[in-house]
Design a protein around this ligand. Sequence first.
Ligand SMILES: Nc1ncnc2c1ncn2[C@@H]1O[C@H](COP(=O)(O)OP(=O)(O)OP(=O)(O)O)[C@@H](O)[C@H]1O
Ligand SMILES: [Mg+2]
Length: 305
Amino acid sequence: MVNIEIPPYWEQLNLEGLSGLLMVIGAPDTGKSTFARYLYTRLCALHERVAFIDGDIGQASLGPPTTMTLALRQGGETGFPPGGPRVRVFVGANSPRGHMLPTLIGVYKLARRAQELGATATVLDTTGLVAPEQGGPALKLAKVDLLEPSVVFAIQRGSELEPILGPLRRSARTRVVELPAASAVRPRDMLARRAHRARLFARYFANAYPLEISWARLAVFPAPCFSRYQLVAMEDRRGFALALGIVLEVDMARKTVLLLTPAHSLSEVDALRVGDVWVNPETGEDSRAGNESDRHPLGAGRLIE
Ligand SMILES: Nc1ncnc2c1ncn2[C@@H]1O[C@H](COP(=O)(O)OP(=O)(O)OP(=O)(O)O)[C@@H](O)[C@H]1O
Ligand SMILES: [Mg+2]
């Protein structure tokens, strides 16, 4: 980890005996991801099989935005990121708002996969969506109910987590460890967040090539409605994302879609999942943020089989 300030109250955390899922929550810019990485490296000294789930679909750390990524520790390595196997799910949005079910299902699939792969401790980093008017507490409490974390590390600046922590502190279903936000946190505004997402997409698609896919043979979730620059995932039969693609062209008559993707082979592809995000393949920018006309230049609006 590069130049992070480790507050004494991090060092004083007693992690002996902790196992299972360790969930980190907090509002935006509270240092969740930095703490989650620190927690992961501390756990590497205590467990052989440690996993990290990047559950932030907006400011992702282990994959492109719109996805969540599970990474497992390889051998005796001690640093972050984990060098072992990676498993990914596609949510298809930059925020859980309006996509709560795919977010919840996705994180559950990754937590279950971590267990299947033998992880005895898994750190889960989450999005900063905690505002009650946006459904933040409902989502966080649903995650606690479903994932049964042994500990929730709650990083709070003021009282913004109270709607979540109020009930959790009184419940025996998990343990809450409360931490203040580290003073070294550098906040990022909307523009910086958008630029960060664009960089992550640009990096992901840096070695991508056009690949034609016939959807006549594949499931398409939720339906084969594609428009230019729309983000699509290729999924395996368990619903894990093999790769993402950006729609370049659609041929309704032949039922084919041309995707810009780093994937080379379609051998394990079971389904396509169409996202709610449009990405400019040249800049990696969310094309809704820039040119609105980018979204439907294929002229057909909703392109349906
Ligand atoms: N303990 C620390 N020491 C040094 N820098 C830190 C520390 N904590 C956070 N930062 C810096 O502050 C910025 C935001 O931190 P971080 O990404 O961990 O916050 P976050 O709560 O995960 O943000 P987001 O809401 O975007 O997910 C980063 O640039 C990070 O390097
Ligand atoms: Mg973060």
